[in-house]
Write a protein that binds this ligand. Sequence first.
Ligand SMILES: NC(=O)CC[C@H](N)C(=O)O
Length: 307
Amino acid sequence: MPAMDFQLILDEINDELRPLLPTAGGKVASYIPALARVSPLQFGIALRTNAGQTAAAGDSAVPFSIQSMSKVFSLTLAIRALGEAMWDRIGREPSGSSFNSLVQLESEHGIPRNPFINAGAIAVADRLVSQGDAKAELLALLGRLCGEPVHIDAEVARSEADTGFRNTALANFMKGFGTLDNDVATVLDVYFNQCAIAMSCEQVACAAGYLCRDGGHPLAGTPVLSAAQARRVNALMLTCGTYDAAGEFAFRIGLPCKSGVGGGIVAVVPDRLSLCVWSPALDATGNSLLGRRALELFVARTGLSVF
Ligand SMILES: NC(=O)CC[C@H](N)C(=O)O
């Protein structure tokens, strides 16, 4: 099989989608004021192969708010620290509900369906708070994974905290059920700050590289997770990573994906490559509209999919 020209493929996707930016529709996440100010007229895509080859197009070097893509990395830290015990109070089923939904928590006794909906990620943040300085550890992990320092956008973090009424409700509700060990304000501070980490497509594509390498560090090769743990994170990304659009993503794209309301989507082709696409305008399920289209085009052009 001839080697694929990934740079050409990403250039073609950028050329095809960029002209659609003004008319494609979708909306930037307006419930977080600092995100509402981001221009929707941006599109970037980047990938890194297991051989270390990189390709990138469009606004691939522009840092953006990684938002819920951070949940992959916080889950990774928690699995590293706790192993199987990580799952004592967090489920592994798709929710079929929106990312910030409260509705299942009541009948399910405060146990969040999975670690990628907000409730689940807040419960993961609680586990990390019990382990030490969660914010510092997350920044250190991401910095090591992409080989460059990353930082928290303080304005976005403040904005999230100022308007995080639903997340505060989720955390209090879980605290009432005994799902959280630590105080709500401390846990939410970690959650809001992890969502406010700023990274570019190129950095995220590199950082997620352990998920297509059986858990091996993308730059150093040392284990970040075991192969079995990495496989499970990928399974959760496929089934739960894009919330109530996860079935549609599996159907149309067929790759483990994790989205964020900053407009980023990180995707994994196991044993092959990791990629990240970013465009801030979101569809009704909170997933990047053109990001999804870009992944569909990528899979159609390359034939790469887990199915
Ligand atoms: N889907 C997301 O990216 C949601 C993250 C966002 N910070 C929130 O809590 O609402």
